[in-house]
Design a protein around this ligand. Structure first.
Ligand code: C2E
Ligand code: MG
Ligand code: MG
Length: 548
């Protein structure tokens, strides 16, 4: 259905009437003038001729001449009158034509303006896609048309980490991405289904031709595939993922507002589950969203109310069995909910800008602890740095300020960044990592093996170590495919002169195996769980005595 009506031009009709004069009266005037002139001429001229030509023959001749003269004179008079009238009419007609032309042009101008206003009201100016008003009208229309019988599917989604792209590459590149995605979607969606832009990096796909739910999800997947790809933006390759929520009419809402609210709720669940997925709405989500909003409000207070703690997990040197440092892991001790794990609030704080305060707090607290116990044994402390901070233009400036303020000895600190943090913009990441190294930090690539194309860019990155992700270790068995990938990773890292750390070692068997394959360092519950800072020194002492 096309809601954009084609406006046709309504040409005003020109009527051949001249309202400024009465044609009957004008004609009557001419006739009276003619009759009076005729009578006066006949009576007057006869009388004059009788006087001038008393001879009857000459008089007769003069009468004939007079007749001819009369006819000629009246012909001239009629000619002049008719000419005068005709000129008057043709003047009037041309000025009418001019007026009509102007009217016609004005009409076209107003039609164009009307169309522009229509476009502004119902279409997004950047992408040309229908906007939310048009989407609402269309959905309302189909809800009415289908009644309770049909199904309508709404997919509300946005681009993961779009803010980072905008910050790193600037708004015009961000706009370019938004438009490219819009065009790809427009090409893949066929009527009666539609794609609309809701603003920012948010889009909605609306499906009005769903016959079976079984075929609906693969169909959504197909459309998403067309945009879940890599894009060349400003000479850099970006891989885009999206997170979205699905709401279905009539099950998840019987009107536009409810459907959109529920699709949006499902989208935030997709984000909090780690992004890059589409989630279907269910009623429990309303409660989850409510809890998240509550958590966000409490997170605002957490720093000021001293509710964060740093726990430390020792890093063991596999060749000596001794601890060489520890990783600082943040904990939120909520006044009523108790321990809240970092994964539950770090991404929330990234979205809401609290991550800067949290990062500052971590650096400050870790620097205090280092002064307290780290120094004694020459340990290194590893700090996890969020992707949002890494990509923030002001991060290095803030860090230099924190280094001075909290007296951070950069050489004693290692910074962990995840693989997924650097992928969106490798060049920029390299630049920031180099700055960090110049300040004296060492760098580890955390959760290695969970990213997209780990091995291809490894040699380009200014890093000191890779930390092989727990998921790799936990499933490993000798002679399996994963095992050979792991072995290859270790060899490659060593070849590139990078240290290898294995995370999540839980069993003796795993510890033996990584030792056998020359992993340099390890962390995991097998050695020690993360512990509060006051127990760290105690642990270090015990492990060195035991020589574990
Ligand atoms: P990560 O940096 O990869 O940290 C390792 C996670 O694995 C930690 O979870 C740790 O407690 C857990 N772990 C360690 N050994 C084992 C094991 O043997 N078995 C199992 N099952 N788990 C093990 P945690 O503390 O919940 O932290 C999760 C993630 O949150 C961290 O992953 C890190 O990415 C992030 N995070 C933690 N603290 C901070 C922080 O201060 N700032 C930032 N930006 N992120 C942080
Ligand atoms: Mg880590
Ligand atoms: Mg990790």
């Amino acid at each position: 259905m096309d809601f954009k009506e084609q406006k046709t031009s309504n040409k005003p009709q020109v009527l051949p009437e001249f309202r400024h004069m009465n044609p009957n009266l004008a004609s009557l005037k001419i006739i009276i003038f003619y009759v009076l002139l005729g009578f006066s001429w006949i009576i007057g001229s006869d009388y004059v001729l009788e006087i001038i030509f008393p001879d009857p023959d000459t008089y007769q001749f003069a009468q004939s001449v007079k007749g001819i003269f009369y006819v000629a004179l009246t012909a001239i008079i009629f000619y002049l009158i008719i000419r005068y009238r005709m000129l008057m009419y043709s003047d009037t007609i041309s000025s009418l034509e001019r007026a009509y032309q102007e009217l016609d042009e004005g009409h076209h101008r107003s039609l164009k303006l009307e169309n522009q206003l229509y476009d502004l009201a119902f279409y997004d100016p950047l992408t040309g896609l229908p906007n939310k008003i048009m989407l609402e009208q269309t959905i309302d229309h189909y809800i009415q048309e289908k009644g309770d019988q049909g199904i309508i599917g709404i997919v509300y989604f946005d681009i993961d980490e779009f803010r980072t792209i905008n910050e790193v590459k600037g708004h015009s590149t961000g706009d370019e991405l938004i438009t490219t995605i819009a065009h790809r979607l427009q090409d893949s969606i066929k009527k009666p289904n539609m794609v609309a832009r809701m603003g920012g990096d948010e889009y909605v796909l609306a499906f009005f031709d769903i016959n079976h739910l079984e075929s609906f999800l693969p169909m959504v997947e197909e459309h998403i595939k067309t945009i879940r790809q890599s894009y060349l933006l400003d000479e850099d390759q970006f891989f885009i993922t999206i997170s979205g929520g699905i709401a279905l009419y009539p099950d998840h809402g019987k009107d536009y507002i409810t459907l959109m609210r529920h699709a949006d709720a499902a989208m935030s669940i997709a984000k909090s589950k780690g992004r890059d997925q589409i989630v279907i709405f269910d009623e429990e989500m309303v409660m989850v969203i409510k809890q998240q909003t509550e958590l966000l409000n409490q997170l605002r207070q957490a720093i000021h109310q001293n509710e964060f703690q740093l726990h430390y997990q020792p890093v063991i040197d596999m060749s000596t069995g001794k601890a060489v440092g520890s990783e600082a892991l943040i904990r939120w001790v909520h006044p009523t909910k108790g321990f809240i794990p970092p994964l539950e609030f770090i991404s929330l704080s990234e979205k809401n800008g609290f991550i800067k305060d949290i990062t500052e707090w971590v650096f400050k607290d870790a620097a205090d602890h280092f002064a307290d116990w780290g120094k004694q044994k020459n340990y290194k402390i590893s700090i996890n740095l969020s992707a949002t901070m890494l990509m923030n233009e002001k991060f290095i400036g803030s860090l230099i300020h924190w280094i001075q303020e909290y007296k951070i000895d950069c050489k004693k600190f290692n910074i962990e960044i995840t693989e997924t943090a650097i992928i969106p913009d490798i060049e920029k990441s390299i630049h920031v990592l180099n700055s960090l190294r110049r300040l004296g930090f060492t760098i580890s690539l955390d959760d290695f093996g969970t990213g997209y194309s780990s091995l291809t860019y490894l040699q380009k990155l200014p890093i000191d170590a890779i930390k092989i992700d727990r998921s790799f270790i936990s499933s490993i068995k000798e002679d399996t495919e994963e095992f050979y990938v792991l072995k290859y990773m270790i060899d490659l890292a060593h070849h590139l002169k990078l240290a290898v750390v294995a995370e999540g070692i839980e069993t003796e068997e795993q510890a033996e195996m990584i030792k056998k394959y020359h992993v340099d360092y390890a962390q995991g519950y097998y050695f020690c769980k993360p512990m509060p800072q006051n127990r760290v020194l105690e642990y270090f002492k015990s492990i060195h005595q035991e020589g574990k």
